[in-house]
Design a protein around this ligand. Structure first.
Ligand code: AOF
Ligand code: ZN
Length: 366
């Protein structure tokens, strides 16, 4: 049974925050619960970049009762003027007695200053309540705000013998409906989705989010060194979400103009023949795409892993054997000579989706 303690309220604040994952752009998801005399008197969540932070919503709800209350917040209250004023000043003005925080804000503009300011004002501050859960929830924000680079999640769907399609190319479907629905949830939660031009030419995908109720479509990103993108492709025509093509200087200028005229953003990364993927990640960061779901085939996924650009992996595996020596595989790495050189996957975890499993982990990028 739940026990009334700091974790009890922080759990509620984290649950509130987690539901907003995918809708706050490059901002973190943050939840806040205000408690006084054994009662919850205010709740709030940051919902959209440029609008009120979690603490502001919760304190507005609590009103004058917030005096002497405890404020539970999943991220250190901010101390800076961003698109909105500093939350620590709002908490001080509300005369809260105690603030319980899950984890500090890695934003260099905050990074401990919010906590220091609260303590300076005589408020009791406790940090680290369900901190790991909060840090994991904002793992994409944590990378983006400290590096300016998007957090890249590689997703693959393969058979037990490691194939993403039959030798004929047939791939409908490798994984179960439950796995495929989980992938659409990942699309909802990421700002960008990235594939290679090979996938576009083979499947003409729409790369939109399709769930039982409407979700948010990610920006569609296609790595296309030679600009082979057909003008008639769904990604160019459907207007469902913005499309960005990453190409090279060696691609055809008139094709670039035609794509731009059709509303596609073309970003040039490197002289060619291949797209400079490291530069591409920088450019996507500059476009404020803070998280990317990599749903590519073996070539691009392998190149991203080889370049050390993958932060997290989600490997959906169906209990099937398809065989075929030349059947496609999820990642074509360049291939190491020695087992000691292998990319290690840390924090390995397993989840079940219908009859499938999903292995998750973080490649140790060196
Ligand atoms: C909080 N509570 O609910 C959130 C915080 O441009 P702004 O004003 O929206 O500020 C964005 C920054 O504020 C963001 O990078 C992160 O450091 C912090 N987010 N802080 O106290 C919140 N969303
Ligand atoms: Zn704030």
């Amino acid at each position: 049974m739940d026990i009334l303690n700091d974790e009890f309220y922080m759990d509620l604040a984290l649950n509130l925050a987690s539901k907003a994952l995918g809708q706050t752009s490059v901002n973190p998801v943050v939840g806040c619960v205000v408690v006084k005399d054994g009662r919850i008197i205010g709740v709030g969540t940051h919902l959209k970049r440029g609008t009120g932070h979690a603490e502001v919503h919760a304190l507005n709800m609590a009103g004058e009762e917030a005096e002497g209350a405890t404020v539970y917040v999943t991220l250190e209250p901010c101390s800076h003027f961003g698109k909105t004023p500093p939350c620590c000043e709002r908490i001080i003005a509300a005369k809260a007695a105690r603030v319980v925080v899950a984890c500090t804000d890695p934003n260099p503009l905050v990074a401990g200053r919010g906590l220091a300011r609260l303590r300076e004002a005589g408020i009791e501050v406790k940090v680290g309540v369900l901190g790991e859960r909060s840090m994991k929830l904002n793992e994409a924000f944590n990378k983006f705000i400290t590096t300016g680079l998007p957090f890249v999640t590689l997703k693959s769907a393969s058979t037990l013998d490691g194939k993403i399609a039959a030798k004929t190319g047939d791939s409908r479907w490798v994984t179960s409906p439950a796995s495929r629905e989980a992938v659409h949830m990942l699309r909802h939660r990421h700002m960008g989705i990235m594939v290679g031009i090979g996938t576009v030419l083979a499947d003409d995908p729409s790369l939109t989010t399709r769930l039982p109720v409407p979700g948010i479509h990610p920006v569609r990103i296609v790595v296309d060194s030679a600009l082979r993108m057909p003008l008639g492709a769904k990604l160019v025509q459907d207007q469902a979400a913005p499309t960005v093509i990453v190409t090279t200087e060696s691609s055809d200028a008139s094709q670039r103009e035609a794509l731009e005229a059709a509303g596609v953003k073309v970003v040039v990364c490197g002289a060619g023949p291949k797209v400079d993927l490291t530069q591409a990640m920088k450019r996507l960061g500059e476009l404020e795409i803070g998280s990317v779901l990599l749903e590519a085939g073996g070539t691009l996924s392998g190149a991203m892993l080889d370049a050390g650009l993958v932060d997290k992996m989600l490997l959906f595996i169906a209990p099937k054997l398809i065989g075929g020596a030349n059947a496609p595989v999820p990642f074509q790495l360049h291939g190491f000579d020695k087992m000691s050189e292998a990319i290690e996957i840390e924090e390995l975890d397993v989840q079940r989706y219908g009859s499938d499993i999903c292995l998750s982990g973080y490649p140790a990028n060196r």
